[in-house]
Design a protein around this ligand. Structure first.
Ligand code: FRU
Length: 490
């Protein structure tokens, strides 16, 4: 698409264009069953994740008229249970003087019975120079959203470039704070903080003082929160080079943990940067707090600047399942939200021992399901599960005991893409008494694996044939016991 075509609003579409894009998307063989996905067009970051007026609200970045990164909207979805989501239509439409080229990412917070949506208004000059504004929109209890006429932050503070976006708001000690992703003038990434008494007057406080002075060229989508007395800064750095098995995706998403940030000095003492997910397709996560205190996280199950197999089918991308996060020994643990049991349909149970062989388990076949497998290694060198298998296709998750790594291999998963970034992802893992639990959520064109009850996760898009539904348990060089429970999702 040309720049002119990409930067059109939906009301500037040609007659019938949107309808035919929707029809094209409907015919796609890779439409998901239980993930949030756009009716048509491109989805990216989750935005404005919140609980308001008895419901969860989750918006996402959306370009309606194609699968490129064009004029971004906020699309609105809501849910009473984090499992069944209702499409609510456009949340924030771009096109005003301060968001002429997109309503970019941001977050939500409740105040005085209204939900405030703070986002980055993206503008471009005639010479295509970017200028970001931090804008606000307000949602009433009836769901009507109105944009404020003036931005709440007009200027990029001195010392930063126009890559300045993605405000994440929270409240502490009677004040409001936000973190914003930034690029310093020396082309390194960082996160800055603003403070406000009322969500309308914002004062630049300064940069969040981390020890990462030169860690990529831009930090997107920062998020700061505290869990059990620990401070956590999430962000998605761009420009970090691969290191062994780490940082293999085009851009990363991860976190720092430390003692709670001192909000007046913004000093944050923290440990090393850890990736949130070991898989291929995970970016720009955002968290919120549920009314019962749980910290929930969801992310874009995709990455920028990569072509995906549905790009010519009228739609692109989905969000991950919402996850509950907690802390264990300085690491974030991620589990699928407990409400997901609601999706469990027909249950199948299989217990088997595999001894230096591959065993295809016909009862477990499927294309959209939850599969919980408790594995006990009794001396094999390598063992694991092949799923979405058929013909020459299979996606494989296996443990390599000699290497001490868990591996997700999508080299034969179906239609290939992003090959430049490799077809395997590895995560170091030590087994206790040979035990390994793999909890898979397989949808039509994705998999999310929760390892050992959330110790690690692998998130990936896969694009197999419809008929590739097989499941095989295998072990090489020894015996392995598999106890599996599968639920069809409905
Ligand atoms: C991250 C991001 C954000 C930006 C948005 C635009 O994927 O680049 O930094 O606000 O997407 O869609």
């Amino acid at each position: 698409m040309s720049r002119e075509q990409l930067y059109r609003r939906i009301d500037q579409a040609e007659e019938g264009e949107w309808e035919s894009l929707k029809q094209l998307a409907e015919r796609s063989p890779w439409r998901q069953k239980f993930h949030i996905q756009p009716e048509a067009g491109l989805l990216n970051d989750p935005n404005g994740f919140s609980f308001f007026e008895g419901e969860y609200h989750l918006f996402y970045q959306w370009f309606p008229l194609g699968t490129g990164h064009g004029m971004k909207y906020w699309y609105h979805t809501s849910s009473s249970d984090l499992v069944h989501w209702r499409n609510r239509g456009i949340g924030i439409a771009p096109g005003g003087p301060f968001d002429s080229h997109g309503a970019f990412s941001g977050s939500a917070i409740e105040k005085d019975g209204k939900l405030y949506l703070m986002y980055t208004g993206n503008t471009r000059s005639r010479g295509w120079i970017r200028h970001p504004f931090q804008c606000m929109a307000v949602m009433e209890p009836d769901g009507v959203i109105t944009k404020l006429e003036q931005p709440v932050i007009l200027k990029v503070p001195r010392g930063y470039t126009d890559h300045f976006r993605d405000p994440k708001v929270w409240k502490a000690d009677g004040s409001y704070y936000c973190v914003i992703g930034a690029q310093r003038l020396d082309m390194t990434g960082g996160a800055v903080m603003f403070r406000s008494p009322d969500l309308s007057q914002w004062h630049f406080a300064g940069e969040i003082e981390t020890s990462l002075k030169s860690f990529g060229y831009m930090w997107e989508c920062p998020d700061y929160f505290e869990l059990d007395g620990t401070g956590i800064l999430l962000f998605s750095p761009q420009g970090v080079s691969p290191q062994g098995d780490r940082f293999r995706n085009i851009y990363q998403s991860g976190y720092l943990t430390g003692s709670p940030m001192d909000l007046s000095s913004r000093e944050f003492q923290h440990g090393e940067f850890k990736e949130l997910d070991c898989g291929f397709d995970f970016y720009a996560p955002q968290t919120t707090q549920a009314p019962d205190g749980r910290r929930l996280l969801t992310a874009w199950m995709g990455l920028p600047e990569i072509e995906y197999p549905t790009d010519d089918q009228g739609w692109a991308h989905c969000l991950t399942l919402p996850r509950e996060i907690s802390l264990q020994d300085g690491r974030l643990i991620q589990r699928p939200v407990r409400e997901f049991v609601k999706l469990r349909g027909v249950k199948t149970e299989v217990r088997t021992v595999v001894n230096d062989e591959s065993l295809s388990i016909a009862e477990l076949a499927g294309d959209a399901y939850e599969l919980l497998v408790e594995i006990r290694d009794e001396g094999a060198d390598r063992f694991g599960i092949e799923f979405r298998a058929g013909g020459l296709e299979k996606t494989v998750i296996y443990y390599d005991r000699l290497d001490g790594t868990l591996v997700l291999d999508r080299s034969l998963s179906g239609q290939s893409f992003a090959l430049k970034y490799g077809t395997e992802r590895k995560c170091p893992l030590e087994l206790q008494d040979g035990a390994l639990t793999l909890h898979l959520f397989v949808d039509i064109s994705s998999v999310e694996v929760f390892v050992n009850d959330g110790e690690a996760t692998f998130t990936a898009r896969i694009f197999p044939e419809r008929e590739s539904t097989g499941i095989t348990f295998f072990a090489e060089g020894g015996r392995v016991a598999f106890d599996a429970l599968k639920w069809d999702t409905h």
